[in-house]
Write a protein that binds this ligand. Structure first.
Ligand SMILES: [Zn+2]
Length: 214
């Protein structure tokens, strides 16, 4: 795939794909996960597709050399909710095979919420041993004036989340980040796409710097 403008990555999610998820291989030991890019049912309710997280993960893969995993099918596999999830199992195996050390699991907040960025750490349990890296990341959001609320509205206490599963199984740094939808969509006039791309690029650089200093 040639490098595209961020906006163009949305087209990927208008198509149906043969596999239920895809990996894109990067060179850095970092993976971005977008498990909710197609709408799905949760307890009988339709959850809206989080295409913005998919576009962001694909963009970061192409431009910042990270790995990504993207859901590519509308099916019953909700990796952030179901105990058994083919997506999560494949992700865990891929992380092992590719010596990945850091995962960012991307989600979207409804646009009517005041919060812009919600890092999910379950009162610190998800970042045990990585407090310094986490504080650096949180500071990047804050210093870029993004309205950041840790563990709110989501605190990550569901035992089946992607992050918790990978944190336990692969024992690597595993951070869910909820991003307000209104920041991510080109058709929304007050979007903050340029800022978000800059902030995530900065997070990737800081993570690599942190890794070098270990
Ligand atoms: Zn989600």
């Amino acid at each position: 795939m040639d490098k595209l403008h961020y906006e163009e990555y949305f087209k990927f999610f208008n198509n149906s794909h043969t596999a239920p998820y895809i990996f894109k291989k990067g060179a850095l030991p970092i993976i971005f996960s977008a498990p909710h890019t197609y709408s799905h049912l949760r307890k009988g309710k339709i959850k809206i597709a989080e295409k913005g997280t998919g576009a962001l993960a694909l963009y970061l893969h192409e431009n910042n050399n990270v790995h990504c995993i993207i859901k590519t099918a509308q099916n019953d596999d909700d990796p952030n909710f179901n105990e058994f999830s083919p997506f999560k199992n494949a992700l865990s195996e891929y992380i092992k095979q590719n010596s990945i050390k850091y995962i960012f699991d991307l989600h979207e907040l409804k646009p009517n919420r005041p919060t812009e960025i919600n890092p999910v750490i379950d009162k610190g349990k998800l970042i045990l041993g990585y407090e310094k890296l986490y504080l650096t990341i949180k500071q990047i959001f804050i210093s870029n004036h993004l309205k950041t609320t840790e563990d709110f509205p989501f605190c990550g206490d569901n035992p089946n989340t992607v992050s918790r599963f990978i944190n336990k199984k692969n024992q690597i740094f595993s951070l869910p980040i909820e991003i307000n939808s209104r920041l991510l969509y080109p058709e929304i006039p007050c979007n903050k796409i340029d800022l978000i791309l800059k902030v995530f690029s900065n997070i990737i650089e800081s993570t690599i710097q942190y890794d070098k200093n270990l």
